[in-house]
Design a protein. Structure first.
Length: 114
């Protein structure tokens, strides 16, 4: 399974951006997720989605500002990011997990300027 993330860029604080993650194949049992890694920091969890039920979960730092959704027909997961803050600056990665097997996208940079 290959994951392709895109949609990153530069945005001012308070602005919005949407990332997308398109998979070469999706199976209903997949758990999908977004992670991010800021310079000098460890990769951290942002949010997750169960593909079958579309249940979502978020880290406290983004809850209420970020929304994960999916488009079944396009095998694509989205991360809508609103009210962006400079501390949201990071490389964002999408990932899929299937019974212990993990697949990762290549990452896309999001830079939020104050």
């Amino acid at each position: 399974v290959q994951l392709q993330a895109c949609g990153g860029g530069s945005v001012q604080a308070g602005g919005s951006a949407r990332l997308s993650c398109t998979a070469s194949a999706i199976f209903s049992q997949y758990h999908m997720g977004w992670f991010r890694q800021a310079p000098g920091k460890d990769r951290e969890f942002v949010g997750a989605l169960t593909w079958r039920e579309a249940n979502t979960d978020y880290d406290d730092s983004v809850r209420g500002r970020f929304t994960i959704s999916r488009d079944n027909a396009k095998n694509t997961m989205y991360l809508q990011m609103n009210s962006l803050r400079p501390e949201d600056t990071a490389v964002y990665y999408c990932a899929a997990e299937d019974y212990g097997l993990e697949y990762w996208g290549q990452g896309t940079q999001v830079t939020v300027s104050s």
